[in-house]
Design a protein around this ligand. Structure first.
Ligand SMILES: Nc1ncnc2c1ncn2[C@@H]1O[C@H](COP(=O)(O)OP(=O)(O)OP(=O)(O)O)[C@@H](O)[C@H]1O
Ligand SMILES: [Mg+2]
Length: 140
């Protein structure tokens, strides 16, 4: 487990970049944290670090967006936002089955606490607001 304090958006971006540096492909990243905690900020910085130039917006209405990446073996970043899921569901139910466990993909899920039974090896990242711009970021 690693714990960071972020004092501003730049710190969060730096932490995301550091996490990106540890990715080899095939990872599933589960992001948790309240509304406005900084989950999407984190994903955007992760995407930047993976050579993605597209503008990342939260896939609120489509649930999932797939971006072409150019980062070692990683060719795809799959961004999922479960905020609007009304009931807990499985990764298979939301259509992620095909994307999981492929070396060429990294999957990152906002509001991952709404998903049942995340697989072993999932990288859990929790962003907690400490008031103002301050955040605690816990990586597990
Ligand atoms: N230390 C910080 N780290 C990240 N974001 C910060 C920080 N300080 C302030 N912010 C601001 O907080 C907001 C975070 O918004 P963001 O959309 O990333 O949240 P979110 O967790 O994805 O929310 P949602 O649950 O609605 O998807 C941004 O406006 C960002 O500028
Ligand atoms: Mg978001």
């Amino acid at each position: 487990m690693k714990e960071y304090t972020s004092n501003n958006i730049g710190d969060t971006q730096k932490i995301a970049k550091e996490v990106a540096g540890t990715l080899r492909g095939g990872e599933l990243i589960a992001l948790a944290g309240n509304l406005g905690a900084g989950k999407t900020v984190f994903v955007k910085a992760l995407a930047r670090a993976m050579g993605i130039e597209d503008n990342i917006t939260s896939p609120t209405f489509v649930l999932m967006k797939v971006y072409d990446a150019d980062f070692g073996k990683v060719e795809r970043l799959v961004h999922v936002d479960c905020y609007r899921l009304e009931h807990a569901e499985d990764l298979q139910d939301i259509g992620l089955g095909d994307y999981l466990n492929h070396d060429n993909n990294v999957v990152v899920v906002e509001w991952a606490d709404k998903i049942n039974d995340l697989p072993e090896g999932t990288i859990y990242i929790k962003i907690e607001s400490l008031g103002g711009d301050k955040r605690k970021i816990i990586i597990d």
